[in-house]
Design a binder for this molecule. Structure first.
Ligand code: NAD
Length: 265
């Protein structure tokens, strides 16, 4: 039951972020929505979240590659009541070998996938400690735990996110009482999950296989994900919701794979 709680979910206009926001909305949380979106897409996401049960859903516009805009967004969220729950989900990908990785991609991936989470946590954690309840859920990746070629900035950022989350978990481990719920910081580490971010990789495989999209997905899965099944974003949402519950008060500093056995190998 998240009635009376407010959740800021970055990158929640689509994909895994929207699915997490819907799970939290279903439990009664107010949702601060963020992401790169047209006003129409942003309002559609807010409407979907109200329909899912959020008492309020409001769009907080900010390009998270810019620390000044993150600071301004966090101030606006604080003025709206502040985030009891912070989900750092916004992320981008670009695949290329190190030798040809564009400098701008390295810089953008580090800024959005890693630094943005530092700045949002820095702004949100002190108020969580004061309340004695707070939940930070950082959407890392299997690539926060193991590497794949052609993903140097992404892997660097996600390993960094897992490490930084452990530091935050330790710094806030003793904040709050069991009755209050405590302050926890955890990562979820998805494997292949059906969203827009993996479409370029699916398209590249499909093209190499004569345009067969299903065959492209099957090949990607067979290389890394032993279950041979993709995850649905709602399954990541269900885990995020569980991490926010009082029962998870002693689950902190973890990086939980949802990867069909990828990182068990
Ligand atoms: P997606 O492309 O559908 O969503 C990415 C979200 O991030 C969008 O809402 C987008 O608006 C937002 N975003 C991107 N750049 C931004 C910026 N500069 N400022 C603000 N918002 C920005 O993909 P997704 O799969 O839903 O990705 C969500 C998270 O899950 C990412 O961190 C991604 O790395 C992670 N992840 C995804 C998979 C997968 O297989 N889909 C696997 C592991 C981890």
């Amino acid at each position: 039951d998240l009635n009376g709680k407010t959740a800021l979910v970055t990158g929640s206009v689509q994909g895994i972020g929207l699915a997490i926001a819907k799970a939290l909305a279903g439990a009664g949380a107010r949702i601060a929505v963020n992401g790169l979106a047209s006003p129409e897409q942003a309002e559609a996401a807010c409407a979907e979240l109200r329909a899912a049960g959020a008492p309020e859903a409001k769009f907080f516009d900010a390009d998270l590659s810019d620390p000044d805009r993150i600071a301004a967004m966090m101030q606006r969220v604080a003025d709206w009541g502040g985030a009891d729950i912070l989900v750092n989900n916004a992320g981008i990908q670009h695949t290329a070998p190190i030798a040809t990785m564009p400098r701008a991609k390295w810089e953008a991936i580090l800024a959005i996938n890693l630094s943005a989470a530092f700045y949002t946590m820095q702004a949100a954690l002190p108020a969580m400690a004061q309340k004695g309840y707070g939940r930070v859920v950082n959407i890392a990746s299997v690539h926060g735990l193991v590497a794949s070629k052609d993903k140097a900035p992404y892997v660097a950022a996600k390993f960094g996110l897992v490490g930084m989350s452990r530091v935050a978990a330790l710094e806030y481990a003793a904040a709050g009482t069991k009755a209050q719920g405590g302050v926890t910081v955890n990562c979820i580490c998805p494997g292949w999950t059906e969203t827009a971010i993996i479409q370029p990789q699916i398209d590249a495989r499909a093209a190499a296989l004569g345009g067969d999209r299903d065959a492209g997905i099957a090949e990607l899965l067979s290389e890394k994900q032993p279950s041979l099944r993709t995850s649905d974003p709602s399954e990541i949402g269900a885990l995020a919701l569980w991490l926010c519950a009082p029962i998870a008060h002693n689950v902190t500093g973890t990086a939980i794979p949802v990867d069909g056995g990828w990182t068990a190998q």
